[in-house]
Design a protein around this ligand. Structure first.
Ligand code: C2E
Ligand code: MG
Ligand code: MG
Length: 620
């Protein structure tokens, strides 16, 4: 009995002791296993707290296991990345295998971690589920640094997607880029782009006569020119792609064929501007090394343009349409063609206009007209200078159809300076002969932003001898909103340098300026857009005009109404406190001669004499 009573506990404790040893051995074996790998191993709870961490955690994340155990894994990842992966990890605790499969959740996750230096490193986490004896789940994770693998992948991707000779994207990369772009247009819908298919003219002859190595050099130089051509183009807006490499938009299709993808065009006709620049840049001579007989060679290029998505939603359709257009361009050589004839017509018209405008500069084709502005029921207050262009063949061309083109091409700078010159000259004459009337000159955004704008005003005032007191500059609402603070500073500077000069917000009501914007800008006048004034019979417009007048008054600004065409408009405006009126009711824009005749008739000031004002009729 005794033996049994005493012997039983001995056996139990021996068994217990052996379990304990076994457990300890097991623990040691697993720990040794966990420490022999170069991967970090952590085990996390469903609250994403760390239960266990091996020592690799220290070298991978810069945090010792003792510091991370009991804490959240959030410290191991950049915060945005943690926000992304936390729900994915949590899902593993609650979804069974089938659910996970259904949701496409594998046992690996590529993530970005933070190393000890705070740098971001690519990692791969592999995990499974562990369940303890109490049924509690935890997630053992093996974390591997995949920096090298990513580098290799990138290198391989680069090799697979780029042309060896020119380092441009190849046909595969083009297909991928265009596919992504088409998906974007499908999703957002409001974009237009273009595909330019380029083929060098006469390249085969170069290869045959000068040899392939010279041909190769020319292709490399040509692709360099294409690059710089696109980088320096105002018309190409590029979005940097995710990752380190900039958005790629030039591809070599093999031989002497290149494709350019212009993904963000304000207008499809802008592709023609780029095509023209490409033709011009590709055309300039290519020097040939060690070839005294032929030191350089020139090549042409034919460009076919397909507009995306107008000319197709499929990659193959777009390429084949751009290709067809390229063959049409080839017929002429060294030129470009759109796929549709309508686009060709539009672009030809535009180019014709641009050429015409260039030729018109500094000739008598460009004149200025002055539209009087009256005090309601009283005399002349001033006048607005309006550009006029008389094309030798096409006759009068309205500013609306060429001002925006002049803006885009930069021609507005010399054109604007010319109008300013003529306006200052007229102002000086008026002042000289005692007419107390102002002249307001339209200034477009590009002119106002031009670095030499202030200098130009200074020169025109000095040369004409006009007092800036009578000069007003009209700037549209949109231009004020582009960079309100910088615009404000510029206006203050102009006012300091040309005392008495004042500023008007033109076409007010068509943009989006707010009360707060207006109140902070050092402007003097608001000009209500003619579209509201000339349609005052509509209740909606009466409300708008009335609110603008009230707004101007509350900000202590003068208000001018343009587009006054009818006595009813005059009465409405007067009854609401707007007394400066411009419009066909009073007068259409007048030529210099017509204006002078009118001034003589009306005599703003008694002091002006007929003979004295006659002297200013020459040349505006
Ligand atoms: P804006 O500055 O708002 O000029 C007023 C326009 O309204 C002028 O058209 C004028 O002829 C027209 N207008 C005046 N009263 C009436 C009216 O009662 N009814 C109607 N229907 N129209 C009236 P215009 O001369 O064709 O000029 C159009 C726009 O072109 C101007 O609008 C201005 O934005 C721009 N522009 C004209 N000259 C210049 C210039 O020298 N430089 C710049 N940057 N832009 C200019
Ligand atoms: Mg104006
Ligand atoms: Mg206006």
């Amino acid at each position: 009995m005794d033996v049994n009573v005493v012997g039983r506990p001995d056996t139990d404790s021996l068994e217990l002791e052996s379990y304990r040893r076994e457990l300890q051995d097991l623990k040691k074996r697993y720990r040794a296993l966990a420490e022999t790998t170069s991967d970090a191993i952590i085990q996390i709870t469903d609250d994403l707290e760390v239960l266990f961490a091996n020592t690799v955690v220290k070298s991978m994340f810069g945090i010792s296991p003792v510091d991370i155990i009991g804490n959240s894994i959030s410290e191991l990842f950049p915060s945005s990345e943690f926000r992304r992966i936390a729900p994915l990890l949590s899902d593993y605790f609650f979804l069974d295998l089938d659910d996970r499969r259904e949701r496409g959740l594998g046992n690996h996750l590529e993530v970005l971690g933070l190393n000890g230096d705070g740098e971001i490193v690519p990692l791969e986490i592999s995990f499974g589920i562990a369940v303890d004896t109490m049924g509690k789940k935890s997630l053992p994770c093996i974390i591997r640094d995949i920096t090298e693998r990513k580098k290799t992948e990138r290198k391989l991707r680069y090799l697979a997607y780029h042309d060896k000779l020119t380092a441009l994207g190849n046909r595969d990369l083009f297909q991928d880029s265009l596919r992504t772009y088409l998906d974007e247009i499908r999703r957002y819908g409001d974009r237009k782009g273009a595909l330019l298919f380029l083929d060098l003219d006469g390249f085969k002859k170069v290869n045959d006569t000068l040899g392939h190595h010279i041909g190769d050099d020319i292709l490399v130089e040509c692709s360099r020119r294409l690059h710089s051509c696109l980088r320096n183009s105002d018309h190409v807006f590029r979005v940097e792609q995710k990752g380190e490499e900039p958005g790629e938009d030039i591809f070599r299709f093999g031989g002497d064929e290149f494709v350019v993808l212009l993904p963000y065009l304000a207008d499809p006709s802008d592709a023609a501007v780029v095509a023209k620049k490409i033709i011009q840049d590709v055309r300039s001579p290519y020097p040939i090394q060690n070839s005294p007989k032929m030191p350089s060679i020139s090549l042409g290029v034919s460009v076919g343009i397909a507009v995306i998505p107008d000319d197709g939603w499929e990659i193959s359709t777009l390429i084949s349409n751009a290709d067809v257009a390229m063959y049409r361009a080839k017929e002429q050589g060294n030129s470009f063609r759109y796929f549709t004839s309508e686009m060709n017509r539009q672009v030809t018209r535009r180019l014709h206009l641009e050429e015409g405008l260039r030729a018109a500069l500094f000739t008598t084709q460009i004149k200025v007209a002055f539209q009087p502005v009256y005090f309601a029921g009283g005399g002349l207050s001033g006048m607005e200078a309006l550009i006029r262009w008389k094309h030798p063949r096409d006759g009068n061309i309205s500013p609306e159809s060429f001002i925006s083109l002049a803006e885009e091409t930069g021609l507005i700078i010399p054109l604007g300076a010319e109008i300013m010159r003529k306006s200052c000259r007229m102002l000086s004459h008026l002042q000289k002969y005692g007419y107390d009337a102002y002249i307001s000159v339209n200034v477009s955004p590009r002119q106002f932003e031009d670095q030499r704008f202030e200098e130009m005003i200074g020169i025109m005032l000095a040369r004409s001898g006009a007092d800036p007191q009578g000069l007003k500059l009209e700037i549209t609402e949109g231009a004020f909103l582009r960079e309100p603070e910088e615009t404000g500073r510029k206006i203050v500077r102009l006012k300091q340098n040309f005392p008495g000069i004042s500023f008007m917000v033109d076409d007010f009501g068509t943009g989006y300026s707010s009360f707060s914007h207006l109140s902070t800008l050092p402007i003097d006048y608001i000009k209500i857009d003619q579209s509201f004034v000339s349609a005052l019979d509509e209740k909606k417009n009466r409300k708008i005009v009335w609110s603008i007048i009230r707004l101007a008054k509350s900000l202590n600004l003068e208000v001018v109404a343009e587009g006054v065409q009818d006595p009813k408009h005059v009465n409405f405006l007067k009854s609401h406190g707007c007394f400066l009126h411009q419009g066909y009711y009073y007068s259409k824009p007048l030529s210099v001669q017509e204006l002078l005749r009118r001034l003589r008739r009306e005599r703003c000031r008694q002091t002006a004499t007929r003979s004295s004002i006659d002297g200013s009729e020459e040349g505006s």
